[in-house]
Design a protein around this ligand. Structure first.
Ligand code: AHR
Length: 325
């Protein structure tokens, strides 16, 4: 009887010990406690960028990560300097949101030489993929295709549709890829033509200036639609249209990318027609990928965040969902 009791107690101790080991292992798996990660952000050019920065910070806090933040202020040289400073500080990992695709090889090699893993987030780079552990991003080509497919459907009964394009930052992957995806989609509909394309640098003021120049350099009645590579440029363009006495979303159709709260409000107000979602919540998957990598896991080359599209009749529900309204 006594040996039976002893056996049960020993078993209980073993079970409890094993359970707590499992629990600790699991806790280490999904917690970044103790990790210091340097984040080199592009800048704060758009509403989406601000949402993304805020999400990166709150997701880091929730996971117990010490995030060192650097605002590149739209300059690649600032971002390169930030990476060098993170390397000098000996951070556990670096996250780079690159402003443009090219010019990263040397600094990525420096991080590799220092054995500091680098994760690329949002925009892509053309550097050797062995210099970074993975990229967490949306499919920008697909976003452009969604925008083009929407326009083809919305103008299916028209003999022609002339589009003006508000291009993002020159040399950045979302601008290159969204332009490609949109062109791919409308190539199937020869009545849709891009008649002008100019960079507004992903900013509200840039979008307004470019739209003003389009409206003054051509007969506005010949413009059927505006495709803006982001919501902020479109919101600037909407202002330009209104100031020129044009009714946006009626006289000139609109489609853009990001689905920020401000743009959802434009849809609700009937001033815009459609927007493609770029989720700002990429921090969670990025931090988890770094934790997994440091724990010895192999990562896929690309971790995708899903996309969606919102219209005048679906924007209110989405905005209420986000704001709890
Ligand atoms: O890289 C993503 C793009 O950058 C967003 O669509 C735009 O708003 C931002 O400036």
């Amino acid at each position: 009887m006594r040996s039976h009791k002893l056996f049960l107690s020993a078993l209980l101790v073993l079970v409890l010990a094993f359970t707590s080991i499992l629990f600790v292992a699991h806790a280490q798996d999904s917690s970044g406690a103790g990790l210091t990660i340097g984040f080199a952000q592009t800048g704060s050019e758009s509403g989406w960028r601000t949402d993304f920065t805020n999400a990166m910070m709150s997701e880091a806090e929730a996971m117990g990560i010490n995030l060192l933040f650097s605002d590149g202020q739209q300059k690649q040289e600032n971002q390169i300097a930030a990476l060098r400073s993170f390397i000098a500080q000996g951070v556990d990992a670096i996250i780079l949101a690159p402003i443009v695709e090219t010019g990263w090889d040397d600094v990525l090699q420096e991080a590799a030489d220092a054995e500091i893993p680098v994760l690329i987030i949002d925009r892509g780079v053309t550097a050797d993929p062995s210099l970074y552990i993975t990229r967490v991003a949306s499919d920008f080509v697909y976003e452009g295709r969604l925008a083009g497919a929407w326009l083809a459907t919305a103008t299916a009964d028209r003999a022609s549709c002339n589009v003006v394009e508000l291009y993002g930052t020159v040399g950045s992957s979302p601008a290159i890829d969204r332009a490609t995806g949109f062109a791919d989609a409308i190539a199937l509909f020869p009545q849709i033509q891009i008649i002008a394309s100019q960079s507004g640098d992903f900013t509200r003021s840039g979008g307004k200036t470019v739209m003003e120049s389009f409206l003054s350099s051509m007969d506005p009645s010949t413009i059927c639609a505006v495709f803006a590579h982001n919501d902020d440029m479109l919101i600037g363009a909407i202002q330009a249209m209104e100031e020129a006495g044009i009714t946006p979303a009626v006289d000139i159709l609109t489609v853009s990318v990001d689905a920020t709260n401000d743009e959802l409000q434009m849809l609700i107000d009937g001033k815009a027609n459609a927007t493609v979602l770029l989720s700002p919540y990429m921090g969670g998957p990025a931090y988890q990928a770094i934790i997994d990598y440091l724990g010895g896991a192999e990562l896929p080359p690309l971790i995708m965040v899903p996309s969606a599209m919102y219209f005048q009749d679906t924007a209110a529900a989405e905005l209420a969902n986000r704001t709890g309204g």
